[in-house]
Each structure stands twice: as C-alpha cells, then as structure tokens.
Write a protein that binds this ligand. Structure first.
Ligand SMILES: CC(=O)N[C@H]1[C@@H](OP(=O)(O)OP(=O)(O)OC[C@H]2O[C@@H](n3ccc(=O)[nH]c3=O)[C@H](O)[C@@H]2O)O[C@H](CO)[C@@H](O)[C@@H]1O
Ligand SMILES: C=C(OP(=O)(O)O)C(=O)O
Length: 427
C-alpha cells in the first residue's frame, strides 16, 4: 500500500489537461451491454473504477479491450451471469449493470453497490423505475434480483432528483416496448453524454439534460464510437488547486459551461478566472474572501466539489458556510483538516469555516474520493509535508494525479507504507 507525500507551500504554474469524465465513463461502459455489436469509447480516464467495470463486463462474457484512453466492448457473447458479490461492491456505478442487463436480458442479479460512504445512498428510485417498466425486483441477502417477462414503457416520476436513477431507468427503457417518460429527471451533463451514446447506438431519446426525458423503445441497438466529455469534477478540483496556490494555471480540455457555478464562487472570493473556449486560466494570488456555498443538483454547485472547496475556504478571510443538501454526512474530511490546523466545525448539514488559518503538514487519511482531493488541496497549501493515506479512494477518480501536479510545479510523490503504518491506518 502506498501513501502520498505532499510538500506544501510551493506555487503552481502551467497547464493541466483534464481527462474524460469518471461519472460518464462508469455509465457508458455498462451501456455498451445493450448493443448487439462492438462499442468503442475514447477519452476514457485511467482510473480504478474503469478497470473494475472492464473486469465486470469480462465476467459476464464480454470481450473487452482496454487500451490507453480507449475501450472496445464486444457484447455479442455476454450473458446474464449473476454478480451478487465481488467487484460490484467496490464501486457505486456497478448499479448501472442492473439497468443495462435488465434492458438486454430481462434479468439480472447484482450485489448492492459500494462507492463513497457519504451517509445513506438508497437506490429506491432506481427500483421504482424498474418496477414501473414491469420488472419484479427483490432484495435477497444484499443482492438485487431483477426479472421481467417483458419491459413496457411507463411514466415514472422520480421522488428525488437522482443521477443514478435517471441513467439506470434510461438504460432499462431504451429496448422496452413503447414510450417511457422520466419526470423530475436529473440534468447533469453526464446524463446527456449517456443519452448521446445510446442515441448513436440507435435509441430514441428526447429531453436528456432537461427534467423530462422521453424514450421510445427500439428492438435492438448497434455498436458505435463515442468520445467521453471532460470531467467537470476533475477540472473543478484543479481550478480549486489553482485558486489555492496558482500563480497562473490553465485548466485545459474542459467545457467551461459545466463549471459555471464554481467559476462564480471563485470570482466572488476574489480569484481571477479567465474563461476561454475549452479552458480557464486561474490566478489565485489575490487575498481571498470567504463565501457561502450550498450544494445542489446541476447546474447548482456540485456536491463532489464541496470537500475540496472547503479546504480552499480555510485560506479565505472571514466566515464561510458550506451546506451540503445532497448528502448529510459528506464531512469526513473536516476532522483531518482540523488536524492540519483549520478552524472548521460541523453543525448538521453545514460546515462553518473561519479563515484564514495557517495549515501544517500532517499525517491524514482520505475516507472517500473527494475527501482525498480536499486533503491534497490542503497539503499543497500547508507548511511542511503532508502524508496522505487511503489512496485507493483517490485512484477511483483521478487519473495521473501526481504527474499532473508535478507538471504544475508541485512536489508530490508516492512511498510504500511500512507494516506499522498500515496497522495504524486500519485502526
Ligand atoms: C457514479 C456517479 O455518477 N456518482 C455520482 C452520482 O451518484 P448517485 O447517482 O449515487 O447520486 P444521486 O444523484 O442518485 O443521489 C442524489 C441524492 O438522492 C438520494 N437518492 C438517490 C437515489 C435513490 O434511489 N434514492 C435517493 O434517495 C441520494 O441519497 C442523494 O441524497 O451523483 C451524485 C450527486 O451528484 C454524485 O455525488 C456522484 O459522484
Ligand atoms: C461520490 C462520488 O463517486 P461515487 O458515486 O462513484 O461514489 C464522487 O465521484 O465524488
């Protein structure tokens, strides 16, 4: 097991290239199950969630060729192999195997998903959608059993705006009989990306990116080629890093429109953001002032950037209030920030940050993916060296983190943990 060593206090400068979106990739790869011939996806990020999904598709008989930035999925020999345990529990997005396998084979057995521990993450809206399409769904010993004689389009109103449920219902509905209407659908860019792939495969989908999606079922879907949109959360993380330590940092290969809520908040803090066609240039040298943020569904401020943004706010003057309306326990990074000297307290769904405080390098642990990102931001701002463990979470979502940061002038490297350190981290 490795730990990440971060030498803090060094200015960042240069250009960083953003990879394909994790939350698109992890839905697009299962979507390929629905095709009858090879789907090729490029701009695929090299992250462990993608490796796990590639393995899962191989387990169900898929021929999967994962090369640099490209994945080729031939679904011709796939079958409805039950996946109650194992890799499905290591990531959140394994739940997309439910919609895709149900849509293709009319049956599936998939273990309950893993992913970041952010408090309760139910999948009742996914199940409500599958049932509305005609599936019988049962939960047996931690695995979801789905079976349908046939899937028939239905009108489904989501009680909670859910990215996963919206995509999963689309996957199950594209080959159903007749029309499905998803009301109160999520509008995240990744949903449009999945709808684009499915449409290129031959599906008939209207309204992706709005809160009403209409799907007219088709009998079969064919292979095609697709390029993944840039990762707005990775982009946002580097924008926050640039605001923290950047003299002049260009975050390249992005869709600036996807990070508008972050740009607005950075400007409110006094950070200079120059927006161009597919990049932003950020200079964070100015004295920063505290701001309040409230996470919301897209296009509101993304919950996935809340944790790294909290780290940045420790360096802003005054009191800032961060409220997460999506997850009630997404504050596991706060204790670690306090260990580094931050003045932050959590009250209910909010964190109250009093800045600006000097941060000191410390031994800290990432409890989840974006907690890891938050601690990398903090480590780069702190005096001295920060040792970050829990890298398995960070590797789920950030391609080449060290290489990208080295390219910006950071001093960051991995070291093997000693047995004693591994015991300490486990306890
Ligand atoms: C793989 C992936 O794309 N993960 C993203 C996806 O997660 P995920 O798809 O799991 O998140 P959802 O959009 O479904 O969750 C939003 C909220 O709805 C609740 N809910 C969701 C489904 C359901 O059936 N019942 C229910 O109550 C959740 O507990 C949460 O409070 O969107 C989240 C919100 O933008 C992001 O943080 C995750 O990075
Ligand atoms: C919460 C996240 O991921 P997942 O849903 O895959 O756990 C995230 O990407 O911040």
């Amino acid at each position: 097991m490795d730990k990440l060593m971060i030498q803090g206090g060094l200015p960042l400068e240069g250009t960083v290239q953003i990879s394909g979106a994790k939350n698109s990739a992890v839905a697009l790869i299962p979507a390929a199950i629905l095709a009858d011939s090879t789907v090729t996806i490029d701009n695929v990020p090299a992250i462990s969630d993608v490796d796990l999904l590639a393995e899962l598709l191989r387990e169900i008989g898929g021929e999967v060729d994962l090369a640099e930035r490209e994945i080729k999925i031939n679904p011709e020999k796939m079958f409805a192999m039950p996946l109650p345990n194992g890799r499905v529990k290591k990531l959140r997005a394994s739940y997309y195997l439910m919609g895709a396998m149900l849509g293709k084979f009319k049956k599936a057995v998939i273990g309950l998903p893993g992913g970041c521990n952010l408090g309760p993450r139910p999948i009742d809206q996914h199940i409500k959608g599958f049932e509305a399409l005609g599936a019988k769904v049962t939960n047996e010993q931690g695995a979801i059993y789905l079976r349908a004689d046939e899937l028939v389009g239905a009108k489904i109103y989501l009680d909670v705006v859910s990215v996963g449920a919206t995509i999963n219902i689309m996957l199950a509905a594209v080959r159903a009989k007749g029309q499905t209407i998803i009301e109160n659908a999520a509008k995240e860019p990744e949903i449009i990306d999945v709808a684009t792939l499915l449409t290129n495969m031959g599906a008939r989908i209207k309204g992706a990116g709005t809160n009403v999606i209409r799907i007219d079922g088709v009998d079969s879907l064919k292979g095609c080629r697709h390029s993944i949109i840039p990762d707005r959360i990775e982009a946002g993380t580097y924008m926050i890093l640039a605001a923290a330590m950047g003299q002049r940092v260009t975050v390249d290969n992005i869709i600036p429109y996807h990070v508008e809520s972050l740009i607005a908040k950075l400007r409110e803090m006094n950070v200079s953001v120059d927006v161009r066609d597919d990049q932003v240039e950020i200079s964070g040298i100015a004295d920063k002032v505290g701001v309040d943020i409230k996470t919301l569904v897209y296009p509101g401020f993304p919950t996935d950037l809340q944790q790294p943004f909290t780290s940045l706010l420790t360096q802003a003057a005054g009191t800032s209030l961060v409220t997460d309306t999506i997850y009630n326990a997404r504050f596991k990074h706060i204790d670690e920030l306090r260990r580094m000297g931050a003045n932050v307290k959590v009250e209910g769904r909010s964190a109250i940050i009093n800045g600006k405080t000097e941060l000191q390098g410390a031994k800290v642990k990432a409890s989840d993916l974006r907690a890891g990102a938050a601690l990398v931001v903090a480590g780069l701002m702190a005096d001295g060296i920060t040792e970050l463990t829990g890298l398995e979470h960070v590797d789920r979502g950030y391609e080449d983190l060290e290489a990208k940061l080295l390219g910006l002038g950071a001093k960051i490297w991995r070291e093997k943990m000693t047995n004693e350190e591994m015991d300490q981290v486990k306890n």
